[in-house]
Write a protein that binds this ligand. Structure first.
Ligand SMILES: *[C@@H]1O[C@H](CO)[C@@H](O)[C@H](O)[C@H]1NC(C)=O
Length: 357
C-alpha cells in the first residue's frame, strides 16, 4: 500500500466516529452468518455455554456467556447454579480484545483451553457495548461500566468472592481489565482479585498506534511511526487514551501500599508490548529512590530470567503487594496464543497464588 493511503487513513482517524471504529473494530464481525447464541457451532456441548443478557446501570443490554438458546433469566439455569452453589468454584472474568464477538476467532478455543485446566473453573464473558448483539456505542467509560456490571454480577449475584476470581484479558481487553481492577482496588474497602492475566497488553493507545496491526494483516500506522512529528500531532486527536501502563502502575503502587503481605496478587503479562507494561509495574513496587530505568531492568532480566528454550522465557518480580510475572513465548500469534497451555497455566497459577494465605 503506498504511503499516501496511510496518511489518508490517519486523517480519517481524527474524526471521533471513525476513530472509534479503528480502535475498537466493534463492527468488524468475525462470525459472519453465525448466530452467536448457538454455541454448539463452535463445538460446545448442549448446555455447556449459556448465553444471557446483563443490563448496565446506564441502560445498555450486554450479551454475555456463561460456559441452549438465549436465556433471559440466567438464575434459572443449571450453569449458574453450578457456579453459585459450588463452594470451590473458581471464576475467570473474560474480557476479549477488539473486533468480533464472544464467538470470534480463537476465543471459543481459548474458553475450552481455560476450562480444561481445572474442572471447577467457570468462565464469564461479555460482548462490550456496541459489540456483537450488545446495544450502545463503545467508549472508555462505557467499557469500564460494562466490565463493572459483569464483575458485580459475579460477586453479588453469583456470590463468588474476588479471591476466587481471576481476570483474563487480551489486547483491547487488557486496558479494560486494568481499568476495572484499578477502579475496584481504590474503593473503600478495596476489592482485589486473585490475579490478572494479560495477553498482548499495550502500554497505552499512543504507543499502540505506532505498531498496531488490524487483525494481523494491515499495518495500521507503523509507516507513520517513521515520521514522529505527524504521529505526535495525531496523538493529540486520540480521544480514547486507555492509559494502561500508568493505571497498572497506580494499581500496583496501591497494593504495595496496602502491604497485603499474605494476600498475594498475581499479574501475568505475556507477549509483546509487555516490556513497557512490565517495567512500569516493577517500578511501581519500588520506592522513589530505588526506581529502575528500563535498561537497568533489562539487564536485571538478563541475569534473572528463567530460560525455557524454544518455549521462550519468564521473569518474576516479587513486591510487597504481589507478584508480577512476564512470560514471553517464542512461537504464537496475537490471537492463537490464547488457546495455548501457557495461558491456562498462568490462570491456574493466579488462582493458586491465594493458597499462600
Ligand atoms: C518510577 O517510579 C517513580 C516513583 O517511585 C516515579 O517517579 C517514576 O516516574 C517511575 N518511572 C516510570 C517509568 O514509571
Amino acid at each position: 500500500m503506498p504511503r499516501r493511503h496511510y496518511l489518508t487513513f490517519l486523517a480519517l482517524l481524527t474524526f471521533p466516529f471513525l476513530q472509534d471504529h479503528v480502535i475498537y473494530l466493534h463492527r468488524v464481525t468475525l462470525t459472519w452468518f453465525q448466530d452467536v447464541n448457538v454455541p454448539e457451532q463452535w463445538g460446545f456441548l448442549r448446555n455447556q455455554v449459556t448465553p444471557f443478557h446483563l443490563t448496565t446501570p446506564d441502560g445498555e443490554t450486554l450479551h454475555a456467556n456463561e460456559p441452549a438458546g438465549l436465556c433471559h433469566d440466567i438464575k434459572d439455569r443449571l450453569a449458574f447454579r453450578l457456579l453459585k452453589d459450588h463452594p470451590d468454584a473458581q471464576l475467570v472474568i473474560y474480557l476479549h480484545g477488539a473486533a468480533g464477538t464472544l464467538g470470534s476467532g480463537w476465543r471459543p478455543q481459548s474458553y475450552r483451553a481455560i476450562s480444561a485446566a481445572a474442572p471447577s473453573v467457570h468462565i464469564l464473558a461479555i460482548d462490550y457495548r456496541g459489540f456483537g448483539p450488545s446495544t450502545g456505542w463503545p467508549s472508555e467509560a462505557g467499557l469500564l461500566t460494562d466490565a463493572l456490571t459483569l464483575a458485580n454480577f459475579a460477586m453479588n449475584t453469583a456470590g463468588i468472592p474476588p479471591e476466587r476470581i481471576v481476570i483474563f484479558a487480551q489486547s483491547l481487553g487488557t486496558a479494560v481489565s486494568i481499568s476495572l481492577a484499578h477502579h475496584l482496588a481504590l474503593q473503600s474497602p478495596p476489592t482485589l482479585f486473585a490475579g490478572i492475566v494479560l495477553v498482548a497488553p499495550f502500554a497505552d493507545v499512543e504507543l499502540l498506534t505506532e505498531t498496531y496491526r488490524i487483525a494481523g494483516t494491515i499495518p495500521l500506522l507503523s509507516p507513520v511511526a517513521y515520521f514522529p512529528k505527524s504521529l505526535a500531532s495525531f496523538n493529540r486527536f486520540i480521544i480514547s487514551k486507555w492509559p494502561s501502563k500508568d493505571k497498572f502502575a497506580a494499581l500496583i503502587r496501591h497494593c504495595e501500599h496496602l502491604k497485603l503481605a499474605q494476600r498475594e496478587n498475581d499479574y501475568d503479562i505475556p507477549w509483546m508490548y509487555s516490556e513497557i507494561v512490565f517495567w512500569h509495574a516493577v517500578n511501581a513496587t519500588r520506592d522513589r529512590e530505588a526506581s529502575l530505568s528500563f535498561e537497568e531492568l533489562e539487564s536485571e532480566k538478563e541475569r534473572q530470567k528463567l530460560a525455557l528454550g524454544a518455549g521462550g522465557w519468564e521473569m518474576e518480580w516479587r513486591g510487597r503487594g504481589g507478584v508480577v510475572r512476564e512470560q514471553i513465548v517464542k512461537h504464537g500469534l496475537h490471537d492463537r496464543i490464547m488457546s495455548y497451555p501457557i495461558v491456562s497455566l498462568a490462570i491456574a497459577r493466579a488462582f493458586h497464588s491465594q493458597d499462600w494465605e
